[in-house]
Every structure is written in C-alpha cells, then in structure tokens.
Design a protein around this ligand. Structure first.
Ligand code: PLP
Length: 400
C-alpha cells in the first residue's frame, strides 16, 4: 500500500502480495499497474537541486539507477510488507543479497557461524569469497545450534541458517535461534527462500534479517534472477550502501517482473504446497523410493516444528531412491512433463540432483552433513494439476 498507509500490517498476505508497495496516489493517469522506469539516470531540474542532493538534503530524489530506481523501490516496499520488515533491499540475485549482508556485518578478522544445512552456493560465498577477505566461517550442525553461546568467539558476528533447509527440508526452530543469538550476541540471518514470506515471517520470531533468492517463489516464473534482504532500516541502509558501491543493483525490467510475479505469490505458494503434499504422500508408497523428505508428512522429523512456525509445508519434496546414481539416471531420463533443471519456486515442476547441482564439488564429509547421497533427488513442485505431476514421476520411477 502507500508508504504512509499504516493499515498494511493488518492486511493478509494475499492482499499484501497484490497491493503491497503500491503508491496509487502517484500513478500517472490513474494507471492501475505502475509504469516501468526504464532509465539509467535522472535529470535535476536545476543546479541548486543537484547541490541539495549532493548535500543529502533531498532524500526522496532519484539520481542514478545503480543507487535507486522507482520500479526497484516498489518491489522493495512489497517485499518489506510481505516479510513484516521495516525495510528491504532488492539485488541482482540471491547470492548478491548474501554478499551484501555479509559485507555489511563483518570485517577482516571477524567470524561467521553458519549452519551446515544451507544452500551450496552460500557455502561457496563463505568459503571462496569471504575467507579470502579474512572472514572465516565455522560450520555447525543443526544439533549444535542451541549451544551457539558456547561456540561463539569474541569475533563471531553472524549466525547464518536456512529453514526449511535445502535439499532435505530440515526445519530449524526460529524462536530458539533468536534466543540463542541474543545470548551469543550474534546477528541472525535466515535464508527464507524455501518458505517464502507466505509461509513464514522470521522477523516476527525475533530473527534480525531475512535473505531471499527472489529468483524462486517471489518471482515465481523462472524468468528472472533477483535477491532480497529485509530487516531494520538501519541494517538495510548499510547493506544498500554496499550494494550501490559494488553494483549488485537489480535492473528495472527485472524489478517489474518481480513485482508482477509477487502479486500471485500467495496463490502460487498455496497451490505448490498442496501439490507437494500429494506428491510426497504418493512417493513414500512407491517401492523404488527408500525415503521421502517432506515436513508435511506426519512422521517427518520436522513436522511438529514446521506446523508451529509455518502456515504450510513448502513446495519442495526430496526422496532417496532405492539404489544410487544409475537408478537416478533412469528416473531422470524417463521424466516427460517434469524437466531436469536447478532452481525452485516457479510454476513448473522441476527435478534436480543435488550431487550435480546445489551440492556439486562438496566433500564426502560435507555431503554427509547435508544428508545428500547419490540416491537423493529433489523435486521443486509447481502448480500444474497434482494428478499429472504424480503420474509423470510415478511412471519414471516404474522405469527404474
Ligand atoms: C535456498 C537458496 N538460497 C540462495 C540461493 C541463491 O540465489 P540466486 O541463485 O538467486 O543467486 C539459492 C539458489 O538456488 C537457493 O536455493
């Protein structure tokens, strides 16, 4: 809603998805959809305006699109409202958002503590980018998280985690993390990509900041890459400075697609959750499936916690097939409707093999910690009719 609309907090997620971030009073000709500001730069009306901008006296003025752009700003307002956060920063990818968050929170000599159940690309940002800048990461298992206060050292600054965690949907207790991070004086950041703000709003649980690969559910159509950070205005202002300096800015065309995608995020996420539950229930019965990982299954280890802190169980289902890579290869080669591709959160169902995608290049020890083996397959469930998704995956399993 408009920036000064204090009602937004009382609106439901589905309404915020459609109207969040809008400034209807500013639309030319009463346009219902905001125009796209396809411009790299913004002209000053006169010399004095330029001088006042440079002195920081014109905080609302636009200057140059690497700094800010109205189309990007609308996407940021919508994400902030969906997450119940004071502010948001949108970036050119989820990885860019990760970079900006860590570059804001740490300096050389500091330490990051990270859960070992996180997206493989995030592990690479930590171990191949920040370690080279003198910022090392200590990885902890999910069982160790309650002991963060003992684990954290003087230079530990951040705790980074994910829930549900890629790819096995392991669930981490948000209230517990907020508590222990307070005790340990760690700034907590959660990657909320798998849940989306439709299913989970971590800031309401006391988590300091939320990161998204907006490439996934927020965008929702596999047609853009984008990322987002949400949190306090102070944190986002500092992260924005980094983003402006290194140029991790989102292009206005992609920002428009992102805002358009977000209008249906509540509908899409609910449809995907329903399909994922139906798929998980069906797959667990299949003789070629050794195990199904989905927190919506009553006997899943994360079921109770997910029921408490999420309003749905998500759209990702992982399985271990009976066998290994050979059997997985037969499965993938038999899929007809479901495409083999990384990513998730789009309208289409995709199959991926973590060993050769999100977790490629991991050591045996890292794979074991993440619970990923040669038998593990991940389905990112879309919004097609569940009967068709289940039929395709079942016939492929029958071909093993
Ligand atoms: C959970 C999670 N976090 C972060 C990322 C990185 O996002 P991006 O690919 O938009 O940089 C991904 C990408 O697959 C992801 O799945």
């Amino acid at each position: 809603m408009t920036a000064n609309n204090s009602k937004s907090e009382k609106l439901s997620q589905a309404t915020l998805a459609v109207h969040g971030g809008e400034r209807t009073d500013e639309q030319p000709h009463g346009a219902v959809v905001s125009p796209v500001f396809h411009t790299a730069t913004f002209a000053f009306a006169n010399f004095d305006q330029m001088r006042r901008y440079a002195r920081g006296e014109l905080t609302d003025a636009y200057f140059y699109s690497r700094y800010a752009n109205p189309t990007v700003a609308e996407a940021e307002r919508k994400i902030a409202e969906l997450e119940g956060a004071a502010a948001a920063l949108v970036t050119s990818s989820g990885s860019a958002a990760t970079f900006c968050a860590l570059a804001t929170l740490c300096e050389a000599g500091d330490e990051v503590i990270a859960s070992d159940s996180i997206y493989g690309g995030t592990v690479k940002v930590l171990t191949k980018v920040f370690s080279h800048l003198g910022i090392n990461t200590r990885f902890v298992s999910l069982d160790e998280i309650p002991n963060l206060a003992e684990i954290a050292g003087e230079r530990s600054k951040v705790f980074w985690f994910e829930t549900p965690a890629n790819p096995l949907n392991r669930i981490v207790d948000l209230d517990m993390v907020a508590d222990v991070c307070n005790q340990a004086k760690l700034f907590s950041v959660v990657d909320n990509t798998f849940a989306s703000p439709v299913l989970q709003r971590p800031i309401e649980h006391g988590i300091d900041a939320v990161m998204h690969s907006a490439t996934k559910y927020l965008g929702g159509h596999s047609d853009l890459t984008a990322g987002a950070l949400t949190g306090s205005k102070e944190f986002i202002d500092r992260a924005r400075q980094k983003s402006v300096m290194v140029g991790t800015t989102l292009d206005p065309a992609a920002a428009y697609l992102l805002s358009r995608g977000m209008k249906t995020v509540a509908l899409r996420v609910r449809a995907s959750c329903e399909n994922a539950l139906a798929l998980a229930r069906s797959l667990r019965q299949h003789p070629r499936v050794a195990r199904a990982y989905y927190p919506g299954l009553e006997d899943d280890p994360g079921h109770e916690l997910a029921s408490r802190q999420m309003s749905g169980f998500g759209g990702v289902v992982a399985i271990d097939v009976v066998g290994g890579e050979l059997e997985v290869e037969k499965l993938f080669n038999s899929l007809k409707l479901v495409r083999t591709a990384p990513s998730l959160g789009g309208v289409e169902t995709l199959a991926s093999y973590p060993l050769y995608s999100s977790h490629a290049g991991f050591s045996d020890q890292q794979l074991q910690a993440a619970g990923v083996s040669a038998a593990t397959v991940r389905f990112a469930v879309g919004i097609e009719a569940s009967v068709d998704i289940i039929a395709d995956i079942t016939q492929a399993l029958n071909n093993i």
